[in-house]
Design a protein around this ligand. Structure first.
Ligand code: AR6
Length: 169
């Protein structure tokens, strides 16, 4: 049984087995959560990402997929990088956003991670409306068949926290 918890705060400050990064396909860093994770986690994470680009993920990580690296100096064992879909004028593909959560939890299971912290994937630079992204995230986690015991959504501001709180009884 997976328990969903909500925290308002900075995902790089969490003590968990795995921290999920809202990455991009290059796996080579960016702003938002990605920038914060690489800054606080240090160069070991980028070194691992470069190794992935040089081996399994030569073309980058496809949208909706997930892959793990070391967590460097974060208080976690792994970072699970996932690539959310971009929300465009015509909307976004909810199945790809749900896939980010499902695939990240699959990787967590492979690693043996029991506590996993997620940001609200795609809701920053990628523009997904928060209420809709929260619903997709919570539904995907509830539907997942996983041994992860705690999924912790770490929300950066009050409105993000409220969007998730409305869905979690
Ligand atoms: N802790 C928790 N949440 C955060 C933090 C933090 N330290 N920083 C930002 N957020 P984003 P995306 C929130 O842009 O939309 C990057 O450049 C933020 O307020 O990090 O999936 C990547 O390299 C928002 O609600 O991810 C990609 O190119 C949510 O986290 C691109 O951005 C996600 O915002 C990915 O865009």
């Amino acid at each position: 049984m997976t328990t969903i918890t909500l925290v308002r705060g900075d995902i790089t400050r969490q003590s968990v087995d795995a921290v999920v990064n809202a990455a991009n396909s290059s796996l080579l860093g960016g702003g938002g959560v990605d920038g914060a994770i690489h800054r606080r986690g240090g160069p070991a994470i980028l070194a691992d990402c470069r190794r992935l680009r040089a081996s399994h993920h030569g073309k980058g990580l496809p949208t909706g997929q997930a892959v793990a690296t070391t967590a460097g100096e974060l208080d976690a064992r792994w970072v699970i990088h996932t690539v959310g879909p971009v929300y465009q004028a015509s909307g976004g593909d909810p199945s790809l956003l749900a896939s980010c959560y499902r695939e990240s939890l699959k990787i967590a299971d492979e690693l043996g991670a029991r506590t996993v912290a997620f940001p609200a994937v795609s809701t920053g630079a990628y523009g997904w409306p928060m209420a809709d992204a929260a619903r997709i995230a919570v539904e995907a986690v509830r539907a997942a068949d996983t041994a992860v015991e705690e999924v912790r959504f770490v929300l950066f501001d009050d409105s993000a926290y409220q969007a998730f709180a409305e869905l979690i009884g």
